[in-house]
Design a protein around this ligand. Structure first.
Ligand code: HEM
Ligand code: HEM
Length: 201
């Protein structure tokens, strides 16, 4: 039987994208902008709401298997790769608002200057760097995630249809090139598995 994500899972997935994109686009450009108390308060409320939604989503989604919709057996290495990318995305979605809230707290404590690299660094410079690095990591993980979803759709495994309401899959592709790629992919996972199990012995 075709397995699909629940309506709530799909709602979390697609509505969260709007929240994330909004968070990224409305970003504070400069530490000095926090002088505006209304902006500072708005950022704190936004980051808190964002954090609560991520925690609710994670607690709901953690009960479902990765690749829930797959019609084919999933290689254990592939399964752990995907799980790692999903968990890393969640880690970013938690660290982004958390570091933001730390910035707000430090700003309130009088850390109001972002030093240039040749000036003496303080704790706020470190947190600002972390905030930016987490944002950059989240872009890369999301690009990887979307590329993997498209590749899975091309193979026609059923994973896409379990979450995406359009361009649903019919059955696995019969395209020779794609199937050859999938074969190579499987061989790669076998090698990784052999390497990992050898290390354990
Ligand atoms: C065109 C864009 C996208 C497509 C086609 C897509 C597709 C999918 C699919 C098919 C799954 C299910 C995987 C499974 O069942 O194991 C999934 C899960 C997931 N997606 Fe996306 N996605 C897209 C964009 C995004 C974006 C922008 C984010 C982050 C802001 C994101 C975050 C996640 C996360 C964290 C999961 C893990 C399951 C969950 O907790 O909801 N996706 N996505
Ligand atoms: C979910 C919530 C948040 C998201 C998604 C977010 C996102 C971002 C992004 C993408 C950047 C640009 C980073 C870079 O390219 O280096 C940024 C910068 C910044 N964010 Fe956030 N942020 C959030 C919460 C907060 C909060 C609560 C504060 C503090 C009140 C804050 C303060 C700042 C500051 C001061 C910068 C500018 C850093 C600089 O001076 O270069 N952010 N944020």
């Amino acid at each position: 039987m075709e397995r699909t994500h629940t309506l709530l899972a799909k709602s979390f997935h697609w509505s969260f994208i709007l929240l994330y994109v909004y968070g990224i686009f409305k970003q504070v450009n400069n530490l000095e902008d926090l002088e505006d108390t209304n902006l500072l308060l708005f950022e704190i409320v936004f980051a808190t709401v964002f954090l609560v939604i991520v925690i609710l989503r994670y607690s709901y989604m953690s009960r479902f298997k990765t690749f829930l919709g797959s019609q084919e057996p999933v290689h254990i290495v592939h399964y752990y790769f995907a799980r790692t990318v999903h968990k890393a995305m969640y880690a970013c979605f938690i660290l982004l608002p958390l570091t933001g809230l730390v910035i707000a707290g430090l700003y309130n404590q009088g850390y109001t200057v972002n030093a240039t690299p040749d000036e003496e660094q303080t704790v706020i410079d470190l947190v600002l760097d972390l905030h930016g690095a987490v944002a950059n990591l989240s872009y890369m993980l999301i690009l990887l995630h979307i590329a993997a979803a498209i590749y899975s759709r091309i193979k026609g495994e059923g994973v896409w249809s379990s979450m995406v309401p359009i361009l649903k899959e019919d059955k696995p592709t019969k395209n020779k090139i794609v199937n050859k790629m999938a074969l190579l992919e499987g061989q790669f996972y076998d090698k990784v598995q052999a390497l990992l199990t050898r290390k354990k012995k």
